[in-house]
Structure formats: structure tokens, C-alpha cells
Ligand binder design. Structure first.
Ligand SMILES: [Zn+2]
Length: 98
């Protein structure tokens, strides 16, 4: 899992010291079925890039992650709930469209 995350960051670097990120820059805070909550931190200068929420159906990463700076304004539980909600839409999702 962590190796895949490292791949996700392979073309990103720290905005402060320009060190490249790797799998060691990511700490997994919480792992659920199809969703992981990670914290991104530069191993070189220690700059904290905040929390990233990643959803996976399969562990295969094609698109590199875009990192936004600043603290995450929502809690882990909010995201987990949203994730469950979206998951439950599956069959009747069209009912939710206007
Ligand atoms: Zn750095």
C-alpha cells in the first residue's frame, strides 16, 4: 500500500525545500474499505502538508495526486460518512438527480 502511495507522489516535491516525496513522506492515519486517510509531511524539512483522503477501488494509481496546502477543514468521520453515503447510492443513484 505505502509503495503505491509513494508512486502517487513520485512527481511531487516539497514547496519549501524542494525535496522529493516518497512513500516515507506519507503516514496512514486511518484505513477503511476503499478509503485511506493519509498525512503528508516532508521528510527533509518537516513541513506538514496536511491530510489527504484517498479512495481506492483497486490499488492501482494512474493519476498523480494533487496536493493542496492548508489544514483539512473537515474531520475524518465526515469523510467516512460521505464515503458511505456515496457507496450506498450505487443502485439508485439516478434518483438523486433533478
Ligand atoms: Zn521540505
Amino acid at each position: 500500500m505505502k509503495k503505491n502511495l509513494g508512486k502517487l507522489l513520485s512527481n511531487l516535491c516539497c514547496s519549501q525545500c524542494k525535496s522529493e516525496f516518497d512513500e516515507n513522506s506519507i503516514e496512514i492515519k486511518r484505513e477503511e474499505d476503499g478509503l485511506i486517510v493519509t498525512q503528508l509531511k516532508c521528510q527533509h524539512c518537516g513541513k506538514n502538508f496536511g491530510i489527504a483522503f484517498l479512495g481506492f477501488s483497486e490499488i492501482e494509481i494512474k493519476e498523480p495526486l494533487k496536493v493542496k496546502q492548508g489544514p483539512a477543514p473537515i474531520s475524518y468521520d465526515d469523510v467516512i460518512d460521505a464515503h458511505r453515503f456515496i457507496k450506498n447510492l450505487d443502485k439508485n443513484w439516478q434518483d438523486y438527480l433533478p
